[in-house]
Design a protein around this ligand. Structure first.
Ligand code: ZN
Length: 390
């Protein structure tokens, strides 16, 4: 429904609400219309002129708060909040709360909406106090209250509090998305610990992330990082290989770390086998490039044939750049210079393209964000595949 249509529906609802509120349904319509408050006609006039905010203000003034009009006021308050007119939303919700005959259920419902208003206004302390107050008693809105508290603590980056409430939410209302979010909260704690070189805390938090969500790629990569720092390269390899099972789209991210680990423990043995296995299942430019580099160390001709065959099956600009690089190394004089110019041009082209994209909102960038900067989803930003990507 468009915003305009919503306003018209609200206008009709207000009119009906006023009629019900007036409790004069037994009298003739003519007589009722005489009783319609002037504010109502003022609102109608604003609506016809397309002045939506003024129209709603007038309608609100015309409508007394009673049990019949409660839902309409609640809807109007939420509408103001969505339009960014937070103070009006707060005024409406506070006037509802002031009603002496409000049931305990309706009181909690309005308090919940008021907490949302406070959050939208950036009054986080007031929102937190209100939500904690309602949450202290078990209510039918427990799920919504806890979810809002998690939003609030996430916004504040109070990860320990966000974890505590998420765990409560997950225990009472388990959901996959919530578990994924909880795992990222633990990863945030782990990354802070890494910055302070608190390796045991980081280890514990990454493990907790995997306990919350077995498919948490971020936790596996983070754990591998901790193991690499502790020179436990075999453990790091195990974690990195787990990423391929958790989400194969992240394999390009782990290839450089995996190479580093394999070179430390087995002189690279096992690394090529892993790349070849992954290439069969999920070809990507990073895998093709890594294998081409390996083949080119011993047999440039074989490496060239390999990349040409891969480009036919899986064409990417990065793969083409790798081919130019091999041919450049084998050439000399003007040919080598021309190939170098071409290589640099492709390098500039690939550097100008985003490498990661959010699967939720389409946000694209050069960095891997675990929380999308645009839509705020967790774990939805992944490497871009296709001709210009992997
Ligand atoms: Zn997004």
């Amino acid at each position: 429904m468009t915003e305009w249509a919503l306003f018209v529906v609200l206008f009709l609802a207000l009119f009906t609400g006023w009629l019900l509120g007036s409790r004069r349904l037994t009298k003739s319509n003519k007589e009722e219309l005489k009783q319609v408050p002037n504010d109502y006609f003022r609102g109608l006039n604003h609506l016809l002129k397309g002045q939506q905010s003024e129209a709603i203000d007038a309608f609100v003034d015309s409508l007394e708060v009673n049990s019949e009009t409660f839902d309409i006021h609640l809807t109007l308050g939420n509408l103001f909040r969505k339009k960014g007119e937070i103070q009006k939303a707060i005024n409406i919700h506070q006037s509802l709360l002031a009603r002496p005959d409000l049931s305990s259920r309706d009181t909690r419902l309005v308090q919940l909406e008021l907490a949302s208003d406070f959050m939208s206004a950036g009054l986080l302390d007031r929102a937190e106090r209100l939500l904690l107050n309602i949450a202290s008693r078990k209510t039918e809105f427990q799920r919504e209250i806890l979810a809002l508290l998690v939003d609030l603590y996430e916004f504040e980056q109070s990860w320990d509090k966000a974890i505590k409430i998420s765990e409560q939410l997950q225990a009472e209302y388990p959901a996959k998305k919530q578990a994924q979010r909880l795992a990222h909260f633990h990863c945030e704690m782990a990354e802070s610990a890494v910055k302070n070189e608190q390796w045991n805390v980081a280890f514990k938090e990454y493990k907790a992330a995997i306990d919350a969500d077995l498919d948490c790629v971020r936790a596996s990569i983070g754990l591998a990082d901790v193991y690499m720092y502790q020179r436990r390269f075999r453990d790091a390899i195990k974690e990195l290989k787990a990423v391929a099972d958790q989400d194969h789209e992240f394999v390009p991210v782990i290839v450089p770390m995996l190479k580093q680990c394999y070179l430390k423990v087995w002189g690279g043995a096992g690394y090529i086998k892993f790349l070849q296995e992954q290439l069969k299942k999920y070809p990507s430019a990073s895998l093709i490039r890594a294998l081409t580099e390996h083949y080119a160390e011993n047999d440039k001709e074989f490496a060239e044939q390999f990349i040409i065959s891969q480009l036919r099956a899986h064409p990417t600009i990065k793969g083409f750049q790798e081919l130019i690089d091999i041919q450049r190394a084998d050439s000399s004089g003007p040919d080598q210079e021309n190939l170098s110019v071409l290589y640099e041009l492709i390098e500039q082209l690939t550097n100008s393209k985003p490498k990661y994209r959010c699967r939720q909102c389409g946000f694209a960038g050069h960095q891997l964000h675990w929380q999308c900067p645009s839509c705020k989803s967790w774990g939805s930003v992944k490497p871009i595949h296709g001709l210009e990507g992997e």
